[in-house]
Design a protein around this ligand. Structure first.
Ligand code: ADP
Ligand code: ZN
Ligand code: ZN
Length: 756
């Protein structure tokens, strides 16, 4: 009997061995799904990865039989399996977790996917005969609703195709009844008379009928053509190339040219964006050109649609271009030739929770390698790691320094808020300079964007008398106030409660918000500028499916003229009429306690600034900060990426961070604080035995309790050149040894490799 290895969608290391009943032997091939029993009564769908070599099998009877093979053809290709294995190894995540992340639910749970069926109407064979058909029509003279159905059927059948036989024609029931202005009862009567019959047929959910219009591709201007040529050159000698081009230089137009050239070579293209919201805008732009050769894939699509896209990619006519967010790296490709990673610097390419905590940029580069495809990274503000690779020649590098049509980069004016506050010249968030700039813009019918990063400053509630702050009972954080509903919530676990009317501590009734989020900015703006038509864009106002698009289109059409937002507004949006961008508090972005804080701040503020001024006129950015002397501020003002990069790189070297060191965070979680504490100390000292001073901590992370679990964190800094495979094996061993100790067996431990 044959034995196979199977991955099950469970957070367990390794694969499982099952035996294959003889009658399934031919079907149980790698990449197909098998239904298998596990434990006493559970059943799972797993993926067969390959045969087990007979000599490895010691006691064949001890393995359970697979129950069924669910596919005729593999649903994951060998290339996908290689990617899964790489992710599981590199990110130290169970293979089962990778499988869970990779497959849409409909492919991993029984009955989760239902094909969409519609009802179709057909004419019974007997009425193929013309004279019989005439007699039928005559006989229906007194049943006008039925007559209408039959007449419409004949009309539609002939207009659809004149040379097929009538009895072969299938017409959608709803369309037929609509056109005939008839009703289901009349249709039923015709079925009972043996004139028509109704059949159920599967129909796809995917729209496949939009013809490509390659003539919509825009010709490149001179700078763009040169960059394009350069990219093609660099790709000859590099697997990965970085296109470093300022905002609005036409990077996307260049991608479009590269995509169409790949299609000419009969290659497929994967185009990754960091966020779903961005794919929505890019979709239109690409669809105008590639029509239904373009498929969109991300987690906001219904699971059934994702299953169909997956199946389409396995069919003889797959989408040639896939535009998607993170999870699109898992789709099967047959002839992938080009991978484009747009906004490559974005940290949202990294999956935070749950495992596998993979970086889609790295995963996509590996995927491209597996297919011998080329990768293009594009951004205006490269990640330090990426730029370092390019500078060292590991990646090709192409730069584009001019905006399209020579529109100037905006002028950035720095406002020293510390000084202004001392002189009592600030009106809340606003400096006099920013107020007058907004006034002018509004009076000239221009638009304004105000950027308020909420990351550092959640709107908290505080009692001004005793200092009481409401805390989440499950997590070590204070609750966030939502003024519109007057509730306070925890952003980690979702705990929600009403804002008390009196302070529960001292009974004062002066509880009020402190810090400032976008909601408070909105209040202040509507007081200062009652004439403004204000919109606010943040996580709270964009929860519903279409809210994001509505906010964007209202602003684009001028229905609103002052947009307040978090970093959501910083990306990819093209507005023509924005003359002023205000960055209210640059310090809250720069002072985030993380080694990447300045990198994020530079990227974010460059992006936001890029929203100012488009066609025709240079835009104005007013940047308010308490620390105008920081080098970062000058680098931003002068759009001086290279000196910014040089500064960051030397900091990174000095403090042992990437790209000189690889970081691994190890998290331990447990309900009991003492248990997690001693487990973390134990793990730390065991790791130090071999890794020495590369091990830091354990420490309490900034949020040290989430969803009732206490957390400890150990940091590893591994120098370049260390044998990482070796370290991984060692980490796994130490981890297992700790969990084998009965005191610690209920501790949750996980790794975050290359955290962002
Ligand atoms: P980036 O991706 O670098 O931010 P885009 O490709 O979005 O820049 O270009 C910015 C704007 O300029 C877009 O509206 C784009 O259509 C337009 N544009 C850029 N290059 C061209 C071109 N060669 N012909 C016509 N329009 C262009
Ligand atoms: Zn109080
Ligand atoms: Zn909570």
């Amino acid at each position: 009997m044959k034995h196979v290895n199977i991955i099950l969608p469970l957070p367990l290391e390794g694969q499982f061995t099952y035996s294959v009943p003889d009658k399934l032997e031919n079907r149980a091939i790698p990449g197909t799904r098998a239904l298998v029993p596990l434990g006493k009564s559970k059943k799972y769908i797993g993926i067969i990865t390959g045969d087990v070599i007979p000599s490895v099998i010691e006691k064949p009877i001890e393995y359970k039989n697979i129950i069924a093979v669910l596919d005729d053809q593999p649903i994951i290709l060998p290339q996908q399996f290689r990617l899964w294995t790489w992710i599981a190894d590199y990110y130290m995540a169970p293979l089962g977790d990778v499988m869970k992340a990779a497959l849409p639910t409909g492919l991993k749970q029984l009955e989760a996917y239902k094909p969409r069926v519609e009802l179709f109407v057909m004419l019974q064979y007997a009425f193929q005969d013309e004279s019989k058909l005439h007699r039928l029509l005559d006989s229906l003279a007194r049943a006008p609703k039925q007559l209408a159905i039959v007449e419409t059927f004949i009309d539609m059948a002939f207009s659809e195709s004149s040379n097929t036989e009538l009895s072969n024609v299938l017409l959608g029931q709803d369309v037929l009844l609509n056109r005939a202005r008839s009703n289901p009862a009349a249709l039923k009567a015709l079925v009972q008379k043996g004139v028509l019959r109704i059949e159920e047929h599967e129909v796809g959910r995917l729209n496949t009928s939009l013809p490509p219009r390659m003539e919509n591709i825009k010709p490149l201007n001179r700078a763009q053509s040169e960059a394009h040529e350069n990219i093609v050159q660099q790709m000859l000698s590099h697997a990965v190339t970085l296109l470093h081009g300022v905002t609005s230089s036409g990077k996307t137009e260049i991608y479009i040219h590269l995509i169409s050239e790949a299609l000419d070579r009969d290659e497929q293209v994967l185009y990754l964006l960091p966020e779903i919201a961005l794919t929505v805008q890019m979709m239109q732009r690409l669809r105008d050109i590639f029509g239904s050769r373009l498929g969109i894939y991300h987690s906001k699509y219904s699971d059934a649609e994702r299953v169909e896209i997956w199946q389409k990619q396995l069919s003889p006519e797959p989408y040639d271009v896939i535009l998607g967010a993170r999870s699109a790296v898992f789709l099967p490709f047959k002839r992938l030739g080009l991978v484009i990673i747009d906004e490559e610097h974005e940290t949202s390419f990294k999956q935070q929770n749950p495992a596998p905590r993979y970086h889609a940029r790295s995963a996509a580069i590996i995927l491209a390698q597996i297919y011998h495809a080329k990768t293009l990274l594009g951004t205006a503000t490269p990640a330090i790691e990426t730029y370092n690779n390019a500078r060292e020649g590991k990646y090709g590098l192409v730069t584009l320094t001019k905006r399209y049509k020579d529109i100037k980069l905006p002028e950035i004016e720095i406002v020293d808020t510390k000084d202004l506050r001392r002189r009592k010249m600030m009106s809340g968030f606003f400096s006099p300079r920013l107020i007058s700039a907004i006034r002018t813009a509004l009076s000239e019918n221009k638009q304004v964007i105000l950027f308020q990063n909420r990351r550092g400053f959640a709107p908290m509630i505080e009692c001004p008398i005793c200092g009481w702050v409401p805390k989440c009972p499950n997590c070590d954080v204070s609750l966030t106030h939502h003024k519109s509903t007057d509730i306070i919530t925890c952003h980690y676990c979702g705990y929600t409660t009403r804002l008390p009317e009196k302070c529960p501590n001292c009974e004062s009734n002066e509880i009020r918000g402190r810090g400032y989020g976008t909601e408070k900015v909105e209040d202040a703006v509507s007081e200062l500028f009652p004439e403004a038509r204000i919109a606010r864009m943040d996580l709270d106002t964009t929860r519903s499916r279409n809210a994001y698009e509505k906010l964007i289109s209202d602003f684009a059409t001028g229905r609103t003229n002052l947009l307040i937002g978090t970093q959501m507004i910083s990306k990819g949006l093209d507005f023509d009429n924005v003359s002023v961008v205000g960055i209210l508090d640059a310090d809250s972005i720069m002072n985030y306690p993380d080694f990447r804080a300045h990198e994020l701040a530079f990227a974010m503020m460059s992006q936001v600034s890029g929203r100012a001024g488009r066609k025709g006129k240079q835009g104005l950015v007013i940047l308010q900060t308490k620390s105008p002397k920081l080098p970062l501020i000058r680098q931003l003002m002068e759009a001086d990426y290279s000196s910014f990069f040089a500064d960051q790189l030397s900091e990174r070297r000095k403090f042992h961070y990437p790209p000189f060191y690889r970081l691994i965070y190890i998290y331990l979680k447990h309900r009991n604080e003492n248990t997690v504490n001693s487990a973390a100390l134990e793990l730390g000292s065991r790791l130090r035995e071999i890794l020495g001073s590369r091990v830091l901590g354990p420490d309490k992370p900034t949020v040290a309790r989430i969803k009732t679990l206490f957390i400890r964190k150990i940091v590893l800094k591994l120098e370049n050149g260390i044998d990482y495979t070796h370290v991984r094996t060692y980490l796994r061993q130490v981890n297992m040894a700790l969990l084998a100790d009965k005191h610690y067996s209920s501790i949750q431990i996980y790794f975050d490799v290359d955290p962002v």
